[in-house]
Design a protein around this ligand. Sequence first.
Ligand code: FAD
Ligand code: NAP
Length: 323
Amino acid sequence: MAHTHQTDMLIVGAGPAGYTAAIYAARAGMNPMLVTGLQPGGQLTITDEIENFPGFAKPIQGPWLMEQMREQAEHVGTRLQYDIITHAALKDGPDENGYFHLTGDSGDTFLARTVVIATGAQAKWLGLESEKTYQGSGVSACATCDGFFYRGKTVAVIGGGNTAVEEALYLTHHAETVHLIHRRDSLKAEQILQKRLAANPKIKVHWNRAVREIVGAGSPAVVTGIDLTNTQDPTQTEHLALDGVFVAIGHSPSTGPFRNEVACDDEGYVITAPGTASTSIKGVFAAGDIQDKTYRQAITAAGTGCMAALEAERYLAEKNINH
Ligand code: FAD
Ligand code: NAP
């Protein structure tokens, strides 16, 4: 049977941004409700080793970290709903009683005085079966997260935009050789990045090349190379021996039901006012990767989650709503 839930703050998303917003809101007495979506714990649930989240001297497991965040959020009073928000009526503002109306896949209705959108983003993948097989065993979509594991090794970056070039440049701090594989003969990346790329002796660019297969060996199997096809002449193929592959062909923000309700950029990222978590609609805030295409880190997601909760609390106080 469908239920109606009422809350001072509805948080949509159970990643570092959502859980941090929940912890702050619950401690401020806002009785928050958090809707988890399909991936409770968010992107970090698909990674093994995290070495850059402060507070832990040794590497920690992504799923473990997210369990700690969930427990902390529940411990301070967050109510969790295992549902997916499919519809959100935000653009006309709250109703006469001060509530935004959202609907879950379950049919439940959520009435919320404030909303935090923390639905994250997903890396785009090439779509190869082998790419899935070796995720976490040599295939990554985050050089900042995993570059450290390739000290002195050979890696490839796939893509030709700003992200790919920045990832390639970053990886030269760790890897001995970085191959940049691009399907065309010119890059989309900004000129300044292209200049840095051309000047870096550790990077070798392979033009007009597409990845046909990611190859691995051993037990457990790890990446040992990639098979490439010439996009100008598909009969021409080659094999590159390497230790890691970084797919950098873009990200898709999970804006879904919010896309036409708050201002978003051309790619669908929610726009927040500089230095704040405020969206174009008063009372609606956004935190984490859904509004950040620059940093995309757990700590920045958590930081903006905190901002969203503090701003929401201030918004309710200004409306003289005691929670
Ligand atoms: P996410 O973690 O993406 O969570 C989004 C949440 O929103 C999910 O719970 C999802 O179920 C929910 N959701 C989506 N749509 C809906 C909906 N319609 N209704 C309800 N819920 C919804 N960062 C680091 O700092 N260090 C690392 O070592 C690191 N390693 C990484 C390794 C991998 C493989 C990946 C993919 C990322 C890694 N990152 C790392 C990046 C980090 O995971 C992200 O920056 C961070 O998770 C973003 O947090 P978020 O809360 O914004 O969103
Ligand atoms: P992007 O600009 O969309 O570039 C994606 C690249 O991946 C393109 O070169 C594209 O090739 C390639 N690609 C896409 N699908 C592919 C596939 N299936 N197989 C092989 N290659 C594929 O994405 P982005 O680089 O992530 O940048 C996204 C946005 O963030 C941009 O607006 C960018 O400017 C911005 N950004 C800015 C900075 C910065 O300012 N420092 C840093 C990072 C990102 P084609 O070129 O052939 O299309």
